[in-house]
Design a protein around this ligand. Structure first.
Ligand code: CP
Length: 321
């Protein structure tokens, strides 16, 4: 906890107060249950009332060194719907970063004005660095190819909302498993549950060893394969990812794998009737637009769930949930 040694009497001692959210490894099943319960309440709140004044008087600094549509705007919407205010820095080229200001000095500046900082940055470990220098809580909104913990939370919340459970499911992840940080975080989070994994990718985009080590050490079964046809019929969750062009140094290599998987109606016909298709978005070409009308396509509901999860996190870290 950063602000104080103990939780002030007027705030909620929920295990999150004053904490940084840097990695999914911070979450056990009790903490996950708590956040999902609060997120569900936030959903009901928004559907019934639109907004509340829970975080009135609080300010969020939203600091994005990399492009974002969903994460950035859903954090802002989450803060605004809870009655708080935001300092949006989505174009760091117009900030003093362009003058050479370091990340530690930038977060020390923003925490002078704000109560909590959300950071997206291209370098692995940048959120941990920012948290080290900041005395206010820092939430990792994606650190390079490292982690994207709030995405993993919203992904798992979506599985719960769509299928009613996380245990005893076959989770099939497809696409860029090497550079896609969302699949790294989600895999590390799902090992808290009784799931079975199938990792489907071209050879050069396989799941990194450090993530597979977590799966192995937790005793979960997994397979690695190239052809999604061989596994889609068993999938309860089909988690599709974009090939991350921006992480490639050799664009010819990107061109060879960019359209390796396209989920279309023909492929969906092989899947279970109650399977759920997810994607962190943005999509480029990997899910056909015709699939959008399939009731199993959960990716737009998943995106909306991001706001509820981020409302739950902001309220919890600020001691109001
Ligand atoms: N899913 C996700 O992180 O989307 P953005 O890059 O638009 O934030």
């Amino acid at each position: 906890m950063k602000d104080a040694g103990r939780v002030p009497a007027d705030l909620v001692d929920n295990g999150f107060y004053g904490q940084d959210i840097i990695s999914v490894s911070q979450f056990d099943r009790d903490k996950l249950d708590y956040i999902y319960r609060v997120a569900h309440e936030m959903r009901v709140l928004v559907e019934r009332f639109g907004s509340a004044d829970l975080l009135q008087g609080k300010i969020l600094a939203n600091l994005f060194y990399e492009p974002s549509t969903r994460t950035s705007s859903s954090f802002m919407a989450a803060m605004l719907r809870l009655g708080g205010q935001i300092i949006p820095i989505n174009n760091v080229q117009y900030s003093s970063v362009t003058k050479g200001e370091s990340l530690p000095d930038t977060v020390r500046t923003l925490e002078s004005y704000a109560d909590i900082i959300v950071l997206r940055h291209p370098e692995v470990g940048s959120a941990a660095t920012a948290a080290h220098y900041a005395s206010k809580p820092v939430i990792n909104a994606g650190d390079g190819v490292g982690e994207h913990p709030t995405q993993a939370l919203l992904d798992q919340f979506t599985i719960l909302e769509e299928l009613g459970r996380v245990d005893d499911l076959k989770i099939v992840m497809v696409g860029d498993l090497r550079y896609g940080r969302t699949v790294h975080s989600l895999t590390k989070l799902l090992v808290n549950y009784g799931v079975e994994f199938a990792f489907v990718s071209p050879e050069i985009l396989r799941m990194p060893d450090d993530v597979l080590d977590v799966v192995r050490q937790s005793g979960h079964a997994y397979t690695e394969l190239d052809d999604v046809h061989n596994v889609i019929g068993d999938a309860d969750v089909l988690y599709v990812t974009r090939v991350q062009k921006e992480r490639f140094t050799d664009l010819a290599q990107y061109d060879r794998v960019r359209d390796h998987y396209i989920i279309d109606e023909e492929l969906m016909a092989l899947a279970k009737p109650e399977m759920c298709v997810m994607h962190p978005l943005p999509r480029v070409n990997e899910i056909s637009y015709a699939v959008d009308d399939d009731p199993r396509a959960a990716y737009f509901r998943q995106m909306r769930n991001g706001m509820y999860i981020r409302m739950a996190l902001l309220a919890s870290v600020l001691g109001k949930a």
